[in-house]
Design a protein around this ligand. Structure first.
Ligand code: HEC
Length: 199
């Protein structure tokens, strides 16, 4: 009797994990998804870069404020400017802001990018088809690489400005986003596109 109960209990999470893993699939290049995904992620990159350059020219400390206070706000703004229903997020396995923590599908995509980068391959994008709360979305993932300008805030802690590092640590006590080198895979921009927009 006891054994059956334990057996039944054990099988529950397994059943659940099976149904959930069916909710995501990888799809081949879809021109419409790529077009929307590229447009939206480029718009976000341009917006963030403009603000960053403006702020860095004043002081790196001010730039931290921009990233800290404005990154999510600017992402929302771009989201409102593009077609209704599209959602944008920046995420990473080594995230700085806990609000950017990847969900399980994002994590899966991030690991794929990380592995292909390690193999020396260059994956230009990934597309998932995801079922969320009864609605189907395409998720377009655009990888982000570390450039020189990023090292100031995401580089080797020993090479970073001490005061800047202290400021980052005070804002993000659990920061995971340092220790990168030029060309490293940093994370992605994820653009969610409702299925009906692609038809
Ligand atoms: C002036 C400092 C600064 C610079 C320069 C900078 N970042 Fe960041 N970055 C931050 C801060 C602060 C956050 C957390 C802010 C947020 O998104 O809420 C962040 C967050 C991110 C995130 C979102 C995931 C996470 O870790 O929370 C990505 C992706 C990212 N940065 C990539 C880059 C890339 C790529 C560059 C270079 C092109 C760059 N950053 C340059 C400070 C910086």
């Amino acid at each position: 009797m006891k054994k059956t109960v334990v057996g039944a209990l054990l099988s529950v999470p397994i059943l659940f994990s099976c149904t959930h893993s069916n909710d995501v699939s990888y799809v081949d290049d879809n021109p419409k998804v790529i077009e929307i995904g590229e447009n939206v992620s480029k718009k976000l990159l341009k917006t963030l870069k403009e603000e960053l350059v403006k702020a860095i020219s004043k002081s790196p400390y001010e730039a931290i404020e921009v990233c800290n206070k404005k990154a999510l706000q600017l992402t929302k703004k771009v989201e409102e400017e593009v077609d209704h229903g599209i959602e944008i997020k920046r995420t990473s396995l080594k995230y700085r802001n806990p609000l950017n923590k990847p969900d399980k599908y994002e994590k899966e995509a991030l690991i794929k990018f990380e592995n292909t980068t390690k193999e020396g391959k260059n994956l230009k994008h990934l597309i998932q088809k995801v079922n969320e709360n009864g609605k189907t979305y395409y998720r377009y993932y655009k990888p982000l690489k570390i450039q020189n300008v990023c090292l100031m805030c995401h580089g080797e802690p020993s090479k970073m400005d001490k005061q800047l590092l202290a400021k980052i640590k005070s804002l993000y006590p659990n920061d995971k986003a340092t220790g990168y080198n030029l060309g490293d895979f940093r994370g992605v921009i994820r653009v969610s596109i409702p299925e009906e927009m692609v038809k």
